[in-house]
Design a protein around this ligand. Structure first.
Ligand SMILES: [Zn+2]
Length: 247
């Protein structure tokens, strides 16, 4: 096995270790989530720390060790300056990367998740103030992340008996992961099932499947927005045992 490698990464979070060392948790394009230790002289560390501050995609050089992987160099490939210049945009990025740090297990290689995060950074950089303030973009990203991590709700077929559920009759069960038909609801097989309005169902479908770059077109009225945020939080707590990202 090679003792060094290069890869493209997006930094998720950093942690201080001892007095001067740091660990960077990063999502890599081809190796999943990695923990990279930055150790060395103060001069080397401050150079690395400066490079790792960029919001975006970095090309990193890593030395494999017996107990940890050491970050030996980093160069920005794609940076999103608009994110750095706005607290709202920084928050939208930091809250999502910190969620991903907790939600993604090391060793799960998922290039699509890397590309999704890359798209999200671009969308946050481009988003209107309104789209940032009401959380449309964060919601869309959150549901796409749920789906990539294996927690996609079934919006078409009853989660218990698999019949197709017509729009007007849909109830939704968070615990069982999707819509339930009238018969199953009457039989009480999903006790937490609550009615799902046609609008809420449409919104959920769009959050899951419309491109992130189109999230700004999604209009959520006040009550639908509150309901969607509540459903997102409950889904995250139930299935990932983590609080959802708030906007
Ligand atoms: Zn059913």
């Amino acid at each position: 096995m090679s003792h060094t490698f290069r890869t493209h990464v997006i930094p998720l979070v950093k942690r201080a270790v001892r007095e001067t060392d740091r660990v960077y948790s990063v999502l890599s394009e081809d190796r999943g989530k990695l923990e990279l230790f930055a150790t060395g002289s103060r001069k080397i560390l401050s150079k690395l720390a400066g490079d790792m501050e960029h919001t975006g995609v970095l090309d990193v050089f890593v030395v494999r060790g017996r107990s940890f992987d050491r970050l030996a160099g980093a160069a920005p490939l794609e940076t999103f300056g608009a994110v750095r210049d706005s607290y709202e945009r920084q928050y939208a990025v930091l809250s999502m990367t910190s969620f991903l740090d907790r939600a993604v297990r090391p060793g799960e290689r998922d290039g699509a998740l890397f590309r999704l995060l890359q798209e999200y950074l671009a969308a946050v950089a481009d988003a209107s103030a309104q789209a940032l303030a009401d959380g449309r973009l964060v919601l869309a990203m959150q549901w796409k992340v749920f789906a990539r991590l294996g927690f996609r709700p079934d919006l078409e077929r009853c989660v218990r008996c698999r019949v197709s559920v017509p729009g007007a009759q849909a109830a939704f069960t968070i615990r069982h992961g999707g819509v339930v038909c009238v018969d199953c609801k009457i039989r009480g097989v999903a006790l937490d099932a609550t009615p799902l309005t046609a609008d809420a169902r449409t919104v959920l479908g769009l959050l899951l499947d419309a491109p992130l770059a189109d999230a700004h077109r999604l209009f959520l009225g006040p009550s639908l927005r509150v309901a969607t945020h509540a459903l997102t939080s409950a889904w995250s707590l139930t299935h990932l045992e983590l609080p959802a990202v708030t906007a």
